[in-house]
Write a protein that binds this ligand. Structure first.
Ligand SMILES: [Zn+2]
Length: 132
């Protein structure tokens, strides 16, 4: 099952190619990394507003509160599991769990296209490190 997901992710956006492309851009592509292992997850210019703001605070049904930031692309994440609309924090956007491609830390959620627009990632800000 894991190999199927990896294949899909690579087909959608090749990580190495994307990182190369980001590197060649100036100023806007500051790396955002997994705070646990240092793997590059996204870049600062991928921050987007979703439902009116970049940052959101949500509680899951178990009562755990997450502070998340929204990103357009996060090729350093790999999605696992089936996308579902159940308990979604963004109406119309089905979510699946997003893990660090390198160490497997749970970094947030991938949201499919729907309700208010294109697909995006909601990443747990406390689990990211931004290069200054
Ligand atoms: Zn990691």
């Amino acid at each position: 099952m894991a190999s199927v997901i990896t294949f899909e992710t690579l087909e959608e956006c090749d990580l190495d190619e994307w990182l190369e492309k980001q590197k060649s851009r100036e100023g806007t592509g500051r790396p955002i990394r997994c705070a646990h292992c240092g793997q590059q997850v996204s870049t600062a210019d991928q921050r987007i507003d979703q439902a009116g703001s970049h940052e959101h605070r949500f509680g899951n049904p178990a009562g755990i509160v997450f502070r998340i930031g929204c990103f357009r692309h996060a090729p350093g994440c790999r999605r696992v599991g089936e996308a579902t609309l159940q308990w979604t924090w963004f109406p119309g956007h089905a979510w699946s769990v997003a893990l660090c491609v390198k160490c497997g830390t749970h970094l947030g959620w991938s949201y499919g296209p729907g309700g208010t627009g294109a697909a995006f990632f909601g990443l747990i800000l406390d689990r990211l490190a931004e290069e200054q």
